[in-house]
Design a binder for this molecule. Structure first.
Ligand code: SF4
Length: 279
């Protein structure tokens, strides 16, 4: 399938740019064929210069498509696959090639994020493999739900998994995301068994994910894995609020403030007290 006739700009200054319907002209059958082959993917955007999506300075490709519905999602325009730009694997790899020397000099790499990248797992593996082939450090930012789609060989193409753990209690997790967390926990255990490095990410939302007991469970689980190199506690913010309004989606956190410094510190301490490095 060729790239769409008029290709929108792939680069964005940040993933907070609202992007909708950029792949709407692609026929359903072509979408299915793309997902099956991985020769074409749907990307919200590419951004450069990130220092928060893995070690060093990163180029980040943000995929579209996510089956979760996190109440605090700051990029709901990535939920729908065809909101993204249809991009051939060759074009995506070419984009990466431009940055390979700079990334090596800055000790950085490439991060595939989303949305949920494993909604397009064949494209994800092809792009990560391509990056590895260029000598670029690779990271995959995922909620882990589709981790079982990756073979053990696929996992070798990922130098680092940024695993988003949203909640510990199963019912709380469903209320927060609409989905079961058992596959995510299972993926975390599999990564540990295969000694794959993990950075755990936890979004801290007042009134939703700041329960001390809940955080203690997650910290114990993370420490027990033995492969979690770092925990990133991500304070909730409202940068994506305007997207919910623009998309006509019901946003349940319009008045929620970022967490207090004390709550952030308490959360970091919960992880550190288990011997984990947390920021
Ligand atoms: S998993 Fe990520 S992209 Fe998907 S709804 Fe949750 S926060 Fe948004």
């Amino acid at each position: 399938m060729p790239d769409a006739p008029t290709q929108p700009r792939l680069e964005a200054t940040s993933p907070f740019e609202l992007r909708v319907d950029l792949g709407r002209r692609i026929a359903e059958s072509d979408v299915r064929a793309s997902l099956a082959s991985g020769d074409m993917g749907f990307l919200h955007s590419f951004t450069t210069g990130s220092t928060v999506d893995g070690p060093g300075v990163r180029v980040v490709a943000w995929t579209s498509g996510c089956q979760w519905r996190c109440r605090y999602c700051h990029n709901p325009d990535t939920w729908k696959l065809t909101n993204g730009i249809p991009v051939s694997i060759e074009r995506a790899a070419e984009e990466l090639r431009k940055y390979r020397h700079g990334l090596a000099m800055m000790g950085g790499g490439f991060t595939l994020s989303g949305g949920e990248p494993l909604m397009q797992h064949r494209f994800a593996v092809k792009l990560l493999t391509s990056a590895k082939g260029m000598g670029i450090h690779t990271a995959l930012d995922t909620n882990g739900f589709y981790g079982e789609m990756l073979t053990d060989e696929d996992l070798e193409q990922v130098d680092l998994v940024l695993l988003d753990l949203k909640a510990w209690d199963a019912e709380r997790h469903i209320a927060l995301t609409g989905m079961d967390n058992a596959p995510t926990l299972e993926f975390a255990r599999r990564l540990a068994a295969r000694r794959r490095p993990v950075w755990l990410r936890y979004v801290l939302v007042p009134g939703l994910t700041d329960d001390a007991g809940e955080i203690a469970h997650i910290a114990a689980f993370a420490a027990g894995l033995g492969t979690v190199e770092r925990v990133d506690v991500l304070p909730f913010h409202q940068m994506g609020k305007y997207k919910w309004a623009a998309l006509g989606l019901p946003y349940t956190l319009p008045d929620t403030e970022p967490p207090d410094v004390q709550v952030v510190e308490r959360t970091l301490d919960a992880f550190r007290s288990r011997g984990l490095t947390a920021y």
